[in-house]
Design a protein around this ligand. Structure first.
Ligand SMILES: [Zn+2]
Length: 275
């Protein structure tokens, strides 16, 4: 088994400056025990001319994806309070991916789910992947987690989910994402690891196409175990950008189109030069 080192820093849950243990995101028991993964700098992707056909190489790592983000106490608090509920939720999603066809809208029932604990664990994953200013700016998130019975997640935070095989894992920090077609901006953070993708939005009022909002999980009683009827899309995550669920074919044709437009622009430019 790979060993993970402690690191010194600010705990994303209690805010103490101390040594931080390695937190698996998602938890080890949710299919992230021995994940091999390639770590690529975001800048490398931006620099790559065609990141789909020739992805930047990056470094291969092993032992499960995670971050040194919580102190030992907070890590074991999360582990005992929320991880078992999260594990059931993840197993349910994985069973579904194992039998259903690709990229459709799935209607299904998922049993023995503790929605409040699940959403708390999802929030903890967003705390884990974001930098330490995140806790300082959004202390409400830590209060929501620190008291297991609390239903107090302010309305400015919303959580959306989708089913995914996560063709590429997605660990996107808090960032603003503009949609050129609609002219809207979404401030969000996104995590995609099979079987689920999650988007957390900040002060966002609209809908997000294809995503299933589960913010309502915050209103359940902390002891409630229930069956949930879900209607959820399975979406691909080929590109390392938040809210990008294009298929491989669509990305290729988009790239071809933009290259063609570039050629047209170049030609126009050449004609002008020759005038
Ligand atoms: Zn802590």
């Amino acid at each position: 088994m790979a060993r993970h080192k402690m690191e010194f820093g600010i705990c994303r849950l209690c805010g103490k400056k101390t040594s931080l243990s390695y937190e698996h995101v998602p938890p080890k028991v949710a299919f992230n025990k021995n994940t091999k993964f390639v770590s690529v700098d975001f800048e490398e992707y931006i620099g790559a001319e065609n990141a789909l056909k020739n992805p930047p190489k990056g470094k291969t790592k092993q032992g499960g994806i995670g971050y040194n983000s919580f102190c030992v106490n907070c890590n074991s608090f999360l582990g005992s309070k929320y991880v078992p509920a999260y594990k059931n939720w993840a197993i349910g999603g994985m069973q579904l991916l194992n039998k259903k066809e690709e990229y459709g809208l799935h209607g299904y029932t998922i049993k023995e789910i503790e929605p409040l604990k699940v959403i708390k664990h999802i929030v903890s994953m967003f705390l884990a992947i974001n930098r330490d200013w995140f806790l300082e700016s959004f202390p409400e998130l830590a209060s929501f987690l620190n008291s297991p019975e609390s239903n107090e997640l302010p309305d400015k935070f919303r959580i959306f989910m989708y089913l995914t095989r996560a063709e590429r894992f997605r660990y996107m920090h808090y960032s603003a994402h503009g949609n050129f077609k609609t002219g809207t901006t979404t401030v969000c953070s996104e995590i995609a690891f099979p079987p689920y993708g999650y988007v957390m939005t900040f002060d966002y009022k609209g809908k997000i196409s294809y995503l299933n909002e589960i913010t309502d999980f915050k209103n359940f009683d902390h002891n409630l175990k229930t069956s949930l009827n879900m209607v959820t899309y399975q979406l691909p995550t080929y590109m390392p950008f938040p809210l990008d669920y294009r298929s491989e074919n669509k990305i290729e044709s988009d790239i071809d189109n933009s290259l063609r437009q570039l050629e047209i622009l170049k030609k126009k430019h050449d004609i002008k030069k020759n005038d």
